[in-house]
Design a protein. Structure first.
Lengths: 286, 799
């Protein structure tokens, strides 16, 4: 289980990295934390001719408040996001989700740019990008451009990037909400999710005024359930609310079956998690 | 008054090592990365092997073209079965069993392949990278012969035959019978039955299989460093196969990172690396990557058991019958044969219970999967699962408490030795004591109260019991594997004191995590009267003793420990004889303790160093005929072996929302006789139970209908990690055993008891739904389906 032969370059600037990637004629790959790419190389499922290592580009790693958003550099490690007070106060759902990202050793090396680019349908950061409606700045030979998360995730392990694009930073709009929850079930703590739901709500006197709902593990990409969000603002917060929400969520997804869980079981789990999450989010208001 | 004041002087002088929680002497090197595993060997300019393995489950090899690979960068040689045909004799896993077909062990697939992952071509290159590059240049044409993906399909009329010469896919068939089962079942007050299954599992040692063959040009000799737990058997088999005498073939198991059975058979790659080393006159290395290890090391379980048990009105089990269908994979294994796992199921099915009549039939059938082989517990995890489920079903039908029904059926203290219906004889062991102790330790009555409270809150809380017995430390009268011609009934200890007074003790047993370096030294320290720190234990080296088989089947403490005791006694006597000259005292007045010979009741003493100097270096102190070499050797054979037993009790809660099982309490009461080191015994129980939790809740090798392994990585093959393993209480019952030292083997018990106890606990938790748990692992997905089906059934009933 050794990778096939490849060239290795470690540019010091982003421009040089984009250049090296462009020179690879579509046969290049970007190395960030290496937590998904290296196993793929060892299995020879990925066979790039050139590996462009971004780890020497220090200005790709940052977390900063930028007006109504938090911007995160693509090379920022999961562990830094997990422990950031700024993330904890401004993007609380993301902060909670980070503890479910794999294991400590992986969080120490894995990066947000890498996780989003890998586009695993059961990974937390792509789901957070969907929940917050994040925008991704990417750089290619033609310069920089901005992509919305909802356009970025195309299919399982597939994004909309061109082979010579590199994700530079991700901007997460801060939600002016007062209740939130993140729920996930995996076989073991740190495994890929069998099902997960994240919600964030702002309540007014009569009910829910604004809502965000995202799910993962139940489709080929993480999903933001905008229909459910709209309906949430119309239903009453009463004793039947949790069940109604659960039904709304499960009827919006058609999960796949795989080795770890059938479609029916995933749907069941998602429905249960939806109830738990809404109970928590509503309780936060007090 | 302290205990010491009443002890005899000799006892006061002699520190007791056996029974003391001494820290493992191997741990400092293993935990600081200073261990030396087979892959750590650094021979002169080694070459590296990579294997091209079959992607086809069952196919004729019509063409293999290695021309391009041979000229690839760094490639030294490429071997197919044809290229090495003249270099070895196939190794045959013989057995005297009737209805058994022995498939030969071949280093590379010859003529056809029979499972995905079977090695077809070996590439030898200057690095593993270049060897793997060259693998891609090999062209192989396969002619598919039809997949046999499951045991039920293997026995179908028109199933493709994996081994045409056998004329059948049934490689082994056997039946045990005692009494009139049919009549006893007919007259039984209650009959319970079910179809039980444990799916295929990987032993999954942390260190994958790894071999380094060091070629000595001067002597034309090979030293094979192998991650094996049977280095002696490997030496003898390769010696025979390659026609290399033991003087030119040494097999060493250095530090080995776990086996759980997966390193307990001779492997094709072990043969191949020796054949290639001799052919090329070079040292070679190969280490399995995780994918190779999971898809080509021997696997476990894969059995379906149709079983029925009958009880009289008092809850006494009177009859038991079972038909076992074992999916043994594509080949028999050496030396244990493909009968090892499935035949043990029927041998041990009656367990620790007095069941009057018994019929157990077993078929082991070939399928397109890697061979099954020894796995910690061999046969008994599933035989215990089946028998203990039947006990609980019987208790339910009779309205008895599960604890009570076991008490009515276990062999009692005054009934030993007891021959169970399958013919196995249990020597005196604390069966009932284990049950009672486990019950007390877990607070059984309170647990039932807690269960009632949980149920009234609508929570799914259950309690499961499993009692079992096993044969350990098996001597020469019993074959470890059915009908196997190799003597596995003895082990040798060779102990000597060198001219510096240091002690070397050599064994053929091969620790791969058991801590034998520590426990064998503890025994020698006591029985020789030596300082623990002065003893060096050598093991797993075919040069160290004339013959050995290794460490497996819970034998090393009993056989290695017994040999150590006897050899120590012989050497101690020699020390006394020398000391009696040096101290001018009678032999009988001398006590050996703490590395000294002492005249009892005086301060006159000589150290081992002084004794050694007098024997070896000093020409005047001793008369010539008193200069006996300070060495002793003893080969110990316990003849029959000894029983070990335990009761496991698990309390679990099933979350109806997620269908996850949480283990709330886990208690083991076990009887391993005289404990040598309680920390090691506890560690063995903890590790075994953790593996048993894997078998009960997580681990499953999934092969699809095309014979492809779907759970081939540790992302998909899910094992319990630390958060999934609960705290457990282990209670010891040290009942006397008749073998030397009173030891009983205990390396396997954890995996035997845990699956059954957890299965019973889940069934108990789900009893409001009237659900049977008859398949392991009980994954959340399976629990979800069972609950859904039960709800549907209840709904249909009410309509």
């Amino acid at each position: 289980m050794k990778p096939a032969r490849f060239e290795y370059v470690a540019p010091a600037t982003l421009d040089a990295a984009v250049e090296a990637l462009a020179a690879a004629n579509g046969e290049g790959k970007v190395l960030a934390g290496g937590q998904s790419l290296l196993p793929l190389l060892n299995f020879r499922m990925a066979r790039p001719t050139v590996l462009v290592d971004l780890n020497g580009i220090k200005d790709l790693s940052f977390i900063e408040l930028r007006g109504d958003s938090v911007a995160i550099g693509a090379l920022t490690r999961h562990r830094e996001i997990e422990h950031s007070p700024l993330i904890a106060s401004r993007l609380p759902v993301m902060s909670a989700a980070m503890r479910h990202v794999a294991h400590l050793a992986i969080r120490n090396r894995g990066t947000i740019g890498g996780s989003l680019s890998h586009a695993d349908p059961a990974a937390e950061l792509p789901m957070m990008a969907m929940l917050y409606g994040a925008s991704l700045t990417v750089q290619g030979p033609g310069g920089r451009r901005t992509l919305m998360a909802k356009d970025f995730f195309v299919d399982a392990l597939t994004n909309c990037l061109e082979p010579e694009d590199i994700v530079v930073e991700i901007e997460f709009p801060i939600l002016q909400h007062d209740g939130w929850a993140f729920e996930e079930v995996a076989r073991r703590f740190g495994d890929f999710a069998l099902a997960s739901i994240a919600i964030s709500i702002r309540r007014d006197k009569s009910g829910i005024e604004d809502a965000r709902v995202a799910v993962m593990g139940v489709a080929d990409t993480p999903l933001r359930l905008e229909n459910v969000e709209k309906q949430l603002c119309e239903i009453e917060v009463d004793s039947r609310m949790l069940d109604r929400f659960s039904e709304l969520v499960t009827s919006s997804v058609t999960p796949n079956s795989d080795l770890h869980a059938s479609a029916e079981y995933r749907k069941h789990l998602l429905g249960e998690l939806a109830k738990r999450a809404m109970r928590t989010a509503l309780a936060a208001k007090g | 008054m302290s205990k010491d004041s009443s002890a005899q002087p000799a006892d006061v002088l002699r520190p007791r090592h056996v029974g003391a929680p001494i820290k493992r002497t191997e741990d400092p090197r293993l935990l600081t990365g200073s261990g030396e595993y087979a892959a750590d060997r650094k021979p002169d300019r080694p070459l590296h092997i990579a294997f091209r393995r079959s992607e086809q489950p069952h196919a004729r090899l019509t063409r293999i073209d290695t021309a391009a690979a041979q000229t690839a960068p760094g490639v030294f040689a490429v071997f197919t079965a044809e290229d090495i045909a003249e270099d070895f004799k196939p190794v045959i896993p013989f057995s005297r069993m009737a209805n058994y077909y022995a498939t030969p062990i071949m280093p590379l697939a010859s003529g056809k392949v029979r499972y995905v992952g079977e090695a077809i071509v070996a590439v030898v290159a200057t690095s593993r990278y270049l060897a793997e590059d060259a693998l891609e240049l090999i062209e192989i044409e396969f002619e598919p012969l039809g997949t046999v993906s499951r045991s039920e399909l293997a026995v179908a009329q028109d199933a493709p035959l994996l081994h045409e010469e056998a004329g059948t896919n049934v490689l082994i068939a056997r039946e045990f019978k005692k009494g009139d089962v049919e009549a006893d079942l007919k007259s039984a007050a209650v009959r319970v039955s079910g179809r039980f299954e444990m799916t295929r599992k990987a032993p999954l040692a942390m260190e994958p299989r790894s071999y380094t063959a060091e070629y000595d040009v001067r002597r034309g000799a090979i030293t094979l460093y192998t991650s094996s737990n049977i280095p002696g058997i490997v030496r003898d088999a390769i010696s025979e196969s390659l026609g290399l005498p033991g003087s030119r073939l040494r097999v060493v198991a250095p530090d080995v990172g776990g086996s759980f059975g997966s390193k307990g058979s001779l492997y094709p790659e072990e043969l191949l690396i020796c054949i290639a080393a001799r052919k090329l006159g070079r040292s070679l290395k190969w280490t399995a990557d995780r994918l190779e290890d999971v898809s080509s090391s021997s696997q476990a379980f894969a059995e379906i058991v149709d079983a029925e048990m009958g009880f009289d009105e008092n809850g006494v089990a009177v009859a038991l019958q079972a038909d076992v269908l074992g999916d043994v994979g594509a080949y028999s294994i050496y030396p244990w044969t493909c009968g090892l796992e499935p035949v043990q199921v029927v041998s041990f099915l009656p367990g620790p219970y007095k069941i009057r009549s018994y019929r157990g039939a077993v078929r082991g059938v070939a399928t397109c999967k890697p061979p099954t082989g020894p796995y910690r517990g061999v046969g008994r995890p599933i035989s215990t699962f089946v028998a203990e489920r039947l006990m609980d079903l019987g208790a339910k039908a009779l309205g008895l408490d599960p604890m009570e029904i076991r008490r009515r059926n276990l062999v009692c203290a005054e009934e030993f030795p007891y021959r169970i219906a399958s013919g196995i004889i249990w020597d005196k062991t604390g069966f009932v004591e284990c049950l009672d102790t486990a019950g007390a330790a877990c607070g059984y009555e309170q647990l039932r109260v807690r269960q009632a409270e949980a149920r009234s809150d609508g929570r799914l809380f259950g309690i499961g019991i499993a009692s079992y017995a096993e044969l350990t430390g098996i001597g020469s009268r019993i074959a470890v594997a059915p009908g196997m011609p190799i003597n596995t009934g003895s082990e040798t200890a060779k102990i000597f004191i060198d001219s510096t007074g240091a002690i070397t003790a050599a064994f053929g047993v091969a620790s791969h995590g058991q801590g034998l370096e520590t426990t064998l030294a503890q025994i020698i320290a006591d029985d020789l009267g030596a300082n623990f720190a002065d003893i060096r234990v050598i093991q797993g080296d075919s040069d160290a003793v004339p013959m050995s088989t290794g460490t497996y089947a819970s034998r090393s403490a009993v056989l290695g420990g017994g040999a150590a005791k006897h050899a120590s006694a012989l050497l101690r006597d020699k020390i006394k004889r020398v000391a009696s000259h040096l101290l001018e005292a009678s032999h009988d007045d001398i006590e050996v303790s703490g590395g000294k010979a002492i005249v009892i009741g005086t301060d006159r003493a000589v150290t081992f160093r002084q004794v050694a100097k007098a024997v070896y270096s000093d020409m005047k102190t001793l008369p010539v005929d008193a200069r006996e070499e300070l060495s002793a050797s003893y080969t110990y054979d316990p003849i029959n072996g000894t029983t070990a037993a335990a009761t496991h009790i698990a309390a679990v809660e099933v979350d109806p929302a997620t269908c996850f099982v949480k283990i709330q309490k886990y208690v083991v009461a076990e009887d391993c006789g005289q404990i040598i080191n309680p920390m090691i015994v506890d560690g063995q129980v903890h590790g075994g139970v953790a593996q048993g939790i894997g078998a009960a809740l997580f681990e499953e090798l999934v092969y699809d209908e095309d014979g492809q392994l779907l759970s081939a990585s540790l992302v998909d093959y899910v094992i319990p990690s630390a958060p999934e393993v609960p705290d457990m209480d282990v209670v010891h019952i040290e009942s006397e055993s008749a073998v030397a030292g009173g030891f009983r083997g205990m390396g396997e018990g954890g995996t035997i008891g845990a699956p059954a106890a957890i299965a019973n606990a889940i069934a108990d938790a789900l009893s409001p739904f009237d659900i049977d748990v008859n398949l392991l692992p009980m994954t959340p997905e399976r629990i979800f389906r069972l609950i859904e089906q039960a709800k549907l059934k209840a709904k249909e009933k009410s309509e």
